[in-house]
Design a protein around this ligand. Structure first.
Ligand code: NAG
Ligand code: NAG
Length: 565
């Protein structure tokens, strides 16, 4: 006991040093490389899918129902077991979906019956979740979850015309949704009104043409795909940017028309199972916006096109891709500009931070998606400095210790930390294996949360700030400050649309940097008002809830929820 105590004392100062990071790292100004905290030993279900829900500040986590097991039994009085197979009397008595409280890590049980395995999702204008697709009985399902107290899932198993397993859901300028792709679904469809069913989907040849097969001779093929969970971003002109495998286009879903095709991105494949990552980089807005609002897309990592074949047939795990491509998608002759990450990454997550920089986290350095098809967890997150010069954008941060590979997730929180959960590379809940089913939840603090910068954090006065905002209008954000006055040029007000994350893809993730009209210092002593211009339209910012951050000298304070409509 005594010697253990001594050890702890010896290790502690070392830990502190490593958390603060070696001086000279020059990240966030003071060499701070971020910090990891373990906030829960047991999330009840492994967070294959995760999303921060507005208003209640809880992260919805769910996996799949197929295994009929998790670490969280259904509460017997409130939620009876669900009969899966009445003939053989097989029951499921486990939660597959929970609400995780980001303040105290408490879990709330939810009950879901249709299989959400590898499904998709997004938020309505009112901040409620709409989930689509999944496996077998869940594949054609649309599900609804409201944030009201004691509300639970509502499931409509025949809503969609085609099965949507590994499909991408995207929010449209009017707040509706389109679901794109999925295994054996070379099509897209609009999510019908609650309770209705689609008769037919719309064929999308691009998805058929980007599906990889390896010819084996005698008309036999080995199915690789590489175009599942396509990256779909709403462009600021209201069209959809769709990226699958190594190709991309700007697409008008209402007219079913390809607006523009972009050059192929060389280097390998970027979508499931060669799961790379992609974000729509922050959209910079002004008080008076130009007619065409520029937007860049970033696509990073992934695997060689035949990596899945090597993993499955030879248990050989090829190195993950190390390159990124960045494309200005509103430019008529846009070309991919290549960059190289410090390390290879497959199955990683990209989370846009309140500052407009991008965090690359989770994943592996070899192999592909699917059970047991990867090795060498990539423990080192990377900060991508969006506005830095090319060649100076990547910065390695403090390494984590828990492998987060297949089926892991990341969620930006109101305080600027990033919640990291999940990882299950097993067919079931297995603990006695090399990479156990992961139930631990962590929070990662990016460099801007350096304690030495704490005095720069501006505190939003929620009561007196505008929380419902209208397109094209000006609105007011009040902050309580330790500064006597704030200089407009040191301030950025940003709006973040919460992302639905699963399998390294963050659906509907979006950051808008608003135009500042003026700063009125000391409206009350110590309180300053920032007048900002709201986004001009639903094309630029689909209606709904956003986290609004005030970033001062590169340091964000705690966000406030705003609703735009
Ligand atoms: C894109 O992928 C296809 C199919 O895997 C491949 O044949 C083609 O050469 C790739 N294109 C580029 C530019 O790498
Ligand atoms: C605000 O910052 C700008 C640019 O750094 C500087 O030129 C200006 O003097 C500052 N204004 C005040 C009032 O400090």
């Amino acid at each position: 006991m005594a010697s253990m105590f001594f050890k702890v004392l010896c290790i502690l100062p070392l830990l502190l040093v490593s958390a603060v990071g070696a001086p000279g790292g020059r990240v966030g100004g003071l060499g701070y490389k971020g910090k990891w905290e373990l906030v829960s030993q047991n999330s009840g279900v492994s967070a294959m899918h995760a999303m921060l829900l507005p208003k209640i500040n809880k992260v919805l986590m769910y996996d799949a129902t197929i295994w009929r097991i998790s670490k969280f039994p259904l509460p017997p009085q409130k939620m009876p077991c669900h009969m899966v197979d009445p003939v053989n009397k097989i029951q499921d008595c486990w939660c597959h979906s929970v609400l995780f409280d980001i303040e105290n890590s408490q879990l709330q049980a939810l009950k879901i019956e249709t299989d959400t395995w590898c499904s998709s999702g997004g938020l309505t204008v009112d901040g409620n979740l709409v989930s689509t697709g999944g496996y077998r009985g869940g594949a054609n399902t649309a599900r609804y979850l409201s944030t009201c107290k004691n509300c639970d899932w509502k499931e409509y198993p025949t809503a969609l015309a085609e099965p949507r397993w590994y499909a991408t859901q995207v929010t449209l300028p009017d707040g509706g949704f389109v679901v794109v792709g999925g295994r054996d679904a070379f099509s897209y469809e609009y999510i019908p009104r609650e309770g209705l069913s689609n008769k037919k989907a719309i064929f999308l040849p691009f998805l058929r043409d980007t599906s990889d097969n390896l010819p084996l001779g005698n008309n036999q093929f080995f199915r690789i795909e590489n175009n599942l969970y396509p990256f779909v971003h709403l462009a600021p002109d209201g069209n959809l940017f769709i990226f699958a495998n190594n190709r991309s286009m700007l697409f008008n879903p209402a007219a079913n028309k390809v607006v523009r095709e972009y050059p192929a991105l060389s280097g390998g494949s970027r979508n499931y199972p060669s799961s790379g990552m992609s974000v729509l980089l922050p959209i910079k807005l002004y008080v008076d916006n130009p007619k065409v609002i520029p937007a860049d897309v970033l696509v990073c990592g992934g695997a060689q096109w035949d990596a899945y074949y090597f993993a499955e047939t030879r248990k050989q795990f090829l190195p993950a891709l190390r390159d990124c491509g960045r494309l200005s998608l509103m430019k008529p002759n846009a070309v991919w500009k290549k960059e190289v990450m410090p390390s290879g990454r497959v199955m990683g997550d990209m989370t846009i931070l309140p500052t407009g920089d991008v965090l690359m986290i989770n994943g592996a350095k070899t192999g592909t998606s699917a059970w047991g098809y990867a090795e060498e967890p990539n423990f080192v997150p990377v900060l991508y400095k969006t506005k830095a010069k090319r060649g100076n954008r990547f910065h390695e941060l403090a390494a984590g210790t828990i492998p987060r590979m297949y089926h892991s997730s990341s969620v930006l929180l109101p305080d600027g930390k990033v919640l990291i959960a999940g990882s299950n590379t097993n067919n079931g809940y297995l603990y006695d294996v090399k990479y156990p089913t992961e139930l631990r939840v962590e929070k990662f603090s990016p460099p801007y949360l350096n304690p030495k910068l704490a005095k720069l954090r501006q505190e939003i006065v929620v009561d007196t700030s505008n929380k419902v905002i209208n397109y094209g209008k000006r609105f007011r954000v009040n902050v309580r400050s330790k500064e006597l006055g704030l200089n407009k040029s040191d301030l950025k007000v940003t709006m973040f649309a919460p992302a639905f994350t699963t399998h390294g893809i963050s659906m509907n993730q979006r950051l808008l940097m608003l135009g500042t009209v003026e700063v009125i210092n000391n409206v009350w002593p110590g309180t300053h008002s920032i007048i900002v211009a709201a986004p001009p339209s639903g094309q630029v910012a689909p209606p709904g809830y956003y986290l609004l951050y005030v970033v001062y000298k590169g340091v964000p304070g705690v966000a406030m929820w705003v609703q735009i409509k």
